[in-house]
Design a protein around this ligand. Structure first.
Ligand SMILES: Nc1ncnc2c1ncn2[C@@H]1O[C@H](COP(=O)(O)OP(=O)(O)OP(=O)(O)O)[C@@H](O)[C@H]1O
Ligand SMILES: [Mg+2]
Length: 345
C-alpha cells in the first residue's frame, strides 16, 4: 500500500473533493482497492476517471508494481492485439523484434484499460478469454503466459447502452463491471468547484513563482458554469485565466470563462421592464438589455447568457448606446396617459 495516498480533509490523495458524492466515492475506492476485483470506472469525459484508477492502484496491494495504461480508443484495430498480448519476432510483417504486450508489462501490478468500449468486438472476445483463464499467447508465440494483473477499465459511455448498441459484449461487461464505480459530473457537485479551482491556481503559482489570486466574483461565476467538460474544463479555464491575469483572475477577463448555460440563472419573474406602446423596436431592445444588465448587477457575461446573445453582441449594443445611436426609451411616451403598456417580465 502506498503510504503517500491517504484520505485527507480535501480528498483522497490527488483526487480532490469534499462533496457528499465524492466522499461516497472515496469510501468505495478505499473498500475495493485492496481486493482483486475488476473495477469498471464510469463517468463523463474529464470527470477524473484516470485519477480514480491511479488511486485504486496506489491503495492496492500491487502499489509497488507497475500501473500500465492502454487507451483502447486510440490504437488502430490492427495493432491492438499486439499491444495487449505482445508478439514474437517475425510473427507478422514489420515484427522485427519480439515485444511484450501490456498484459505482460503489468505483471504484478494493474492494467488500466481506458475507453474499453472502443475496443473492436473480436478483440473483446479474446480479452474475455484471457480474463477468465488468466492465460494467453503472444502473437506467433508457442509458450503459454500466465497473467498476474489486476484489471481496471474505464468508459465515458453508458455501459448498458453500449451493450444494446453492440459496442460492448454483454459477457465482457459483467466480467469487467464486477465492481462498478461512477464518478459524478462536476455539475452535480458544484460545491467542489472552489476547492478544485484553488488547488489548480496554487499549482500554477508554484510552477511560475507568482502569487496570483481570484476575485470573489470570479469564484462565484465559476460555481455557476455548467462545466460540460467537467474538471478538465475547469482546470483549463483556470490556466487560461491565469495566463491572462496580471495579479487577479477575474470573470471580466476576455475569453477566460466558458459560455454559461442560462439554466442556473434565476428566472426573471420578479423583475421586469415596462415598454410603453408606441415605443420603437430598438428602444424596447435597449430597455430590455439595460434592465437585464441591472438585474445581473452589471455582470455582462451573465446578462448575455440571460439574453441569449454573445458577449460581443452585448458589448456592441452597449457601445452603440454610449455613442447615442439608439434613443433611450421614453418613460413619458406620448401615449402614456391611461395607456396600455407591454410588459416584458
Ligand atoms: N477530483 C479531482 N481532483 C483533482 N484533479 C482532478 C480531479 N478530477 C479530475 N482532475 C484533473 O482533471 C483532469 C482530467 O481528469 P482525468 O484525465 O482523470 O479525467 P477522465 O475522466 O479520465 O477524462 P476522459 O474521459 O477524457 O479520459 C486531469 O488533469 C486531472 O488531474
Ligand atoms: Mg481518461
Amino acid at each position: 500500500m502506498d503510504a503517500t495516498i491517504a484520505l485527507h480533509e480535501n480528498g483522497l490523495g490527488k483526487l480532490l473533493g469534499r462533496s457528499p458524492a465524492m466522499k461516497q466515492l472515496f469510501g468505495l475506492i478505499e473498500r475495493v482497492a485492496p481486493t482483486q476485483a475488476t473495477v469498471m470506472i464510469m463517468g463523463d469525459s474529464g470527470v477524473g476517471k484516470e485519477l480514480v484508477a491511479e488511486c485504486l492502484h496506489a491503495l492496492s496491494r500491487r502499489a509497488r508494481g507497475p500501473l500500465v495504461a492502454i487507451n483502447c480508443g486510440s490504437i488502430p484495430a490492427s495493432l491492438i492485439e499486439a499491444e495487449l498480448f505482445g508478439h514474437e519476432k517475425g510473427s507478422f510483417t514489420g515484427a522485427t523484434r519480439s515485444h511484450a504486450g501490456v498484459f505482460e508489462r503489468a505483471t504484478g501490478g494493474t492494467l488500466f484499460l481506458d475507453e474499453v468500449t472502443e475496443m473492436p468486438l473480436d478483440m473483446q472476445t479474446r480479452l474475455l478469454r484471457v480474463l477468465e483463464t488468466g492465460r494467453f499467447y503472444r502473437i506467433g508465440g508457442t509458450q503459454e503466459i500466465h497473467t498476474d494483473v489486476r484489471v481496471i477499465a474505464a468508459t465515458n459511455r453508458n455501459i448498458t447502452e453500449a451493450v444494446a448498441n453492440k459496442r460492448l459484449r454483454e459477457d465482457l461487461m459483467y466480467r469487467l463491471a464486477v465492481f462498478p464505480l461512477h464518478v459524478p459530473p462536476l455539475r452535480e457537485r458544484t460545491g467542489d468547484v472552489p476547492l478544485l479551482a484553488d488547488a489548480f491556481l496554487r499549482a500554477l503559482n508554484r510552477a511560475s513563482g507568482t502569487n496570483k489570486r481570484f476575485s470573489p466574483h470570479f469564484i462565484a461565476t465559476l460555481e455557476r458554469c455548467p462545466w460540460s467538460g467537467n474538471v478538465r474544463e475547469l482546470k483549463n479555464t483556470i490556466e487560461r485565466s491565469f495566463i491572462l491575469a496580471d495579479d487577479v483572475l477575474d470573470a471580466d477577463l476576455p475569453i477566460s470563462l466558458p459560455v454559461q448555460a442560462p439554466e442556473p440563472v434565476e428566472p426573471l419573474r420578479p423583475a421586469g421592464v415596462h415598454v410603453p406602446l408606441g415605443s420603437r423596436l430598438d428602444e424596447a431592445e435597449r430597455s430590455l438589455i439595460e434592465g437585464t444588465l441591472e438585474y445581473c448587477h452589471g455582470d455582462k457575461r451573465r446578462a448575455a447568457a440571460v439574453l441569449g446573445c454573445s458577449l460581443k453582441t452585448l458589448y456592441n449594443k452597449l457601445n452603440s448606446y454610449a455613442s447615442r445611436h439608439v434613443a433611450k426609451p421614453r418613460s413619458d411616451a406620448p401615449c402614456s396617459h391611461a395607456t396600455p403598456t407591454t410588459s416584458m417580465m
